[in-house]
Design a protein around this ligand. Structure first.
Ligand code: PEP
Ligand code: MG
Length: 583
């Protein structure tokens, strides 16, 4: 039994065998072959090995640089490794005696080779480990050919273990079969984490080298609330976590019951609206069941992960139409596509950038390639005849950028008028406030934008210079940083003073401890992952505006993020006591 700690991103307990994806996303399940298949599988392995040897020899011969000799030596070493008895004897031995598939035998043997070298923790040997990984990948590629499977079709319950999962891989996970997932990298507000929450799959990220340390078939416990991962637990530990998982479910149930009875206002009768953040239209049903007042953020870029870089106007339209039908007259806030950075850059064929989070993502890409935005806006304005709609531009950093986006929307309207196509003319156009430059100059935007939605995931990342996806700096990603809180307060104050609707749609709004301070700042519209709604509804019904204001004032007088967090956590414990709801 081994215990690891990572960053908890989606609560719940999962217990199931591991399904390890290597960095090229090959699935290496623990599978066995029948006795009568041994000969064929041995031949298949031998063929893969000789093809790998051939490839390396070709690469070596094709190098025509001044470093030919040095490069040649590296590839000679790779060829020697492929001739080593560990590979020529031990892998076939495992296929014969243990009846492992060649893929699984390869992954077992390479793990055995690499583990002691990694434990030396020496920079020179780490490089050698990469050589071994390179050879392993070459062998697996040859073995698997086109047989790398699809994660949306699994035949048994698993915990997916990967170096990283892209948001689109996460989005297509078979929810019934993926009990949980864990990754080497990632942070709490990465899009992969947000999706895990939306799908209700327990997940832990930022576990370092876990994908290299685990073999397919190892039994895993994933505690998505504490961030603990246990490999091959003993019986007592397994029983303890089964009980803990049940405890989480009981807490959730109690919270749902309390929310169903709660007023939709604060304790002193002030209205609070809870809107849903969604990635797909089919999340709307659950959101409404949990009491959503509408959709505050539809991350429409996920449409592109389904249809590729160029969904047609009709494909967009169909999705918005379905969303309106599900919402039955409640508001749909469509954020125009926000891809780039960690979202779908490679899937839609964007160039690789050195610093993608600071690069051509989001509105910047929409303005560079306006046809993408035009197609989407045409569909959104037409579909708006079917239900109340708001359009929202992401990542706006300057007034010029907002105006350029608005000009495109105005041009689309003029085109539709010319073409005699029906659409809704009075769709409000708003913006995300998630770049510090926009927050700092919010007074200039009140003239331009119809509403604001504060995207704290990016606002924290850009204000504190902390990559939201990087586990090494996850401890520095603090929503309660006084710098972040001042920016948020400034935006809310300005919006209220100018009668502009304002909401917060980053993950911060969905966490009870931060929601109280936002209420104290004057926020009344929260846009959150649907599963956070019951807790938030209960919380809001138990606090008065005056109490929340006092708490916010006290927090703003403190200079350290950790002190502020402690203060807020104590308040949440008062409002939602563990004694009543369990842990
Ligand atoms: C945000 O940045 O807070 C936000 C809501 O947008 P996303 O998480 O999609 O970047
Ligand atoms: Mg954002």
């Amino acid at each position: 039994m081994e215990i690891k700690n990572g960053i908890p991103v989606s609560p719940g307990v999962a217990i199931a065998p591991a399904l390890v994806l290597d960095s090229e996303s090959f699935r290496i399940p623990r599978r066995f072959i029948r006795k009568d298949e041994v000969e064929t599988e041995l031949k298949r392995f031998e063929l893969a090995r000789s093809r790998a040897l051939g490839e390396i020899s070709d690469i070596r011969d094709s190098v025509h640089s001044v470093a030919k000799e040095e490069v040649g030596l590296i590839f000679d070493a790779h060829m020697r490794m492929l001739e080593d008895p560990l590979i020529t004897k031990e892998i076939p031995e495992k296929i014969k005696t243990k009846r492992y598939t060649p893929e699984y035998a390869v992954s077992r043997v390479f793990k055995k080779i690499v583990k002691p070298i990694k434990e030396l923790n020496d920079a020179y040997f780490i490089q050698r480990v990469n050589d071994f990984y390179d050879i392993q990948k070459r062998l697996l590629r040859n073995l698997l050919g086109q047989r790398a499977h699809d994660l949306s079709k699994l035949d048994r319950k698993v915990v997916v273990v990967a170096h990283d999962l892209t948001p689109s891989q996460t989005a297509t996970l078979d929810k019934k079969m993926v009990a949980g997932f864990i990754t080497d990298v990632g942070g709490a507000t990465s899009h992969t984490a947000i999706l895990a929450n939306a799908l209700g799959i327990p997940a832990v990220v930022g576990l370092g080298t876990i994908s290299g340390d685990i073999s397919g078939g190892d039994v895993m416990i994933v505690d998505g609330k504490s961030g603990r991962v246990i490999i091959n637990p003993d019986d007592a530990t397994r029983a303890k976590y089964e009980a803990r998982g049940q405890g989480y479910l009981d807490r959730e149930k109690r919270m749902y019951e309390a929310a169903a009875k709660a007023e939709r206002t604060t304790k002193d009768g002030e209205n609070v609206n809870l809107y849903a953040n969604i990635e797909w239209d089919d999340e709307i049903e659950l959101a409404l069941r949990l009491g959503a007042d509408g959709v505050g953020l539809f991350r429409t870029e996920f449409i592109y992960s389904k249809f590729g870089a160029h969904p047609t106007e009709e494909q967009h339209f169909e999705i918005y139409k379905r969303a309106h039908a599900a919402l039955q007259g409640k508001t749909l806030t469509l954020r125009t596509m926000d891809f780039g950075a960690d979202k779908f850059a490679s899937e839609v064929g964007l160039e690789k950038e050195e610093n993608p989070f600071l690069g051509c993502r989001s509105i910047r890409l929409s303005l560079r390639e306006p046809h993408l935005l035009i197609t989407q806006v045409r569909a959104a304005l037409r579909a708006a005849l079917l239900g109340p709609t708001r359009l929202m531009l992401p990542m706006v950093g300057s007034v010029e950028e907002f105006r350029a986006g608005k000009l495109i929307v105005d041009n689309v309207k003029a085109d539709l008028d010319r073409e005699g196509i029906a659409y809704r003319k009075d769709v409000p156009l708003g913006m995300m406030v998630e770049v510090p430059s926009a927050a700092l100059t919010i007074d200039s935007f009140v003239e331009e934008s119809d509403f604001f939605s504060i995207g704290t995931n990016d606002l924290v990342q850009y204000t504190l210079a902390v990559d939201r996806n990087n586990q090494y700096v996850a401890n520095l990603f603090k929503h309660t940083s006084p710098a972040v809180l001042r920016l948020i307060k400034m935006v809310i104050d300005n919006a209220i003073a100018n009668n502009k609707p304002v909401s917060v749609c980053g993950e911060m709004a969905g966490e009870a401890r931060y929601a109280v301070i936002l209420l104290g700042f004057g926020l009344r519209d929260f846009s959150v992952g649907p599963t956070s709604m019951p807790e938030l509804r209960t919380l809001m019904s138990r606090v008065t505006v005056e109490e929340a204001k006092k708490l916010a004032d006290k927090a703003m007088s403190l200079s350290s993020a950790d002190e502020i967090t402690d203060l807020l956590e104590a308040e949440v414990e008062r409002l939602l006591p563990s004694e009543e709801f369990g842990e």
